[in-house]
Design a protein around this ligand. Structure first.
Ligand SMILES: [Zn+2]
Length: 363
């Protein structure tokens, strides 16, 4: 099997309710398109999981009191100090409550991401995709940005612990900065964290000068992009920054995450990544995975334009797997060279900041 697609029917409960941008029908819509287009393709296998991440696994990043609060709130128990643990955007906008059953669904998402890692690490598949994964905003004791538990951090720490990995490349291509993931590995060089995101939107972090601290200095790379940034800029960043860094770092595994929200049609962001740009990302990650026996894991859940989401997710997965599938560009596309000048300036600045830590950034 080339690529395992790890999915759970329980994902239907990862839903913040009517009026919220994150609804769970994204998962069923994707599954329908996946079955229609790839269901009989021997390069892919759908793997269903119903196992929950344990407290011990969650505690690789989250505090026990946060876990207890999420568990209680999700089962309908009133928590007087709920706002100490959670932001407004993790609540149902109509009822103002923490969605029932979402804690269990998030545990399953975390387990999906752990399994994705196991699959690749143990050679059960070359690539693995955790559907529902990539909940990058969750902090150790605080949930925000539609993210309850941070499966990215838990899976990476799990990999460090179980497989003694010392060099994990985490690439965040979601339109929002991965503040939770960044915080977890800010002083840890066992993870090279590279984050492409739109500048100036939620969560308001991820400036170019944030490059890590202590032993991890130089191992966090933020690439804040101007609104409208399109395919050619992303490609240039891969060629000038991401690929050279990866070659120098020599990762033992690649974890990429992020769904369709950099698409120009997205309703809560303003980037300009077209269908071809997403395919390019998949191909580049595939190329990077060549540095580590083709091992790579994708975590996918984001996107806030339902008409776009499934096609883009499929594009990311097929290009990562090196499988050609004819896909129609969903909705509008933008010019692929938007914001190229701004991107070149950013590349210069990022290289300047990273020069003391990386030979490849001196060029
Ligand atoms: Zn996002």
């Amino acid at each position: 099997m080339k690529t395992a697609i790890i999915y759970s029917d329980e994902l239907r409960n990862y839903d913040f309710g009517p009026g919220h941008p994150f609804r769970s029908n994204r998962f069923t819509s994707f599954l329908e398109l996946y079955k229609e287009r790839l269901g009989k393709n021997e390069n892919f296998a759908l793997v269903k999981n119903n196992e929950l991440a344990t407290d011990e696994e969650l505690e690789l990043w989250h505090t026990p009191d946060y876990i207890q609060a999420m568990k209680a709130a999700s089962s309908g128990i009133t928590i007087p100090s709920l706002y100490r643990f959670i932001s407004q955007d993790n609540l149902n906008p109509i009822t103002g409550e923490f969605p029932k059953g979402i804690e269990k669904a998030t545990r399953i998402i975390v387990k999906n991401s752990i399994f994705a890692l196991d699959f690749v690490q143990e050679g059960k598949s070359e690539k693995a995709v955790s559907i529902g994964g990539g909940l990058h905003h969750a902090k150790s004791n605080y949930g925000e940005g539609f993210c309850v538990y941070n499966d990215v951090v838990v899976a990476a720490r799990y990999a460090i612990k179980k497989y003694n990995l010392e060099r994990i490349l985490i690439l965040d291509t979601d339109a929002h900065a991965g503040n939770g993931t960044c915080e977890a590995f800010y002083s840890d060089r066992r993870v090279l964290f590279i984050d492409l995101h739109q500048a100036g939107i939620y969560p308001g972090t991820g400036f170019a000068q944030e490059i890590g601290e202590g032993k991890g200095k130089g191992f966090t790379v933020n690439l804040p992009l101007a609104a409208g940034t399109s395919d050619k800029s992303y490609e240039l960043i891969f060629d000038e920054i991401i690929l050279p860094l990866a070659e120098e770092y020599k990762p033992e595994i690649v974890i990429r995450y992020g769904g369709s929200d950099p698409h120009p049609g997205d309703e809560i962001t303003q980037l300009g990544l077209n269908l071809d740009g997403f395919k390019m990302i998949g191909e580049k990650v595939r190329e990077i995975s060549g540095l580590c026996q083709n091992k790579s894991v994708d975590l996918i859940c984001s996107g806030y334009k339902p008409d776009v989401l499934s096609t883009i997710w499929l594009a990311l997965i097929t290009s990562l797997s090196g499988v050609e599938v004819e896909l129609e560009p969903p909705l509008l596309e933008v010019k692929n060279n938007q914001m190229l000048t701004e991107t070149k300036d950013l590349i210069k600045k990022v290289k300047e900041n990273l020069k003391p830590y990386w030979r490849s950034m001196k060029k």
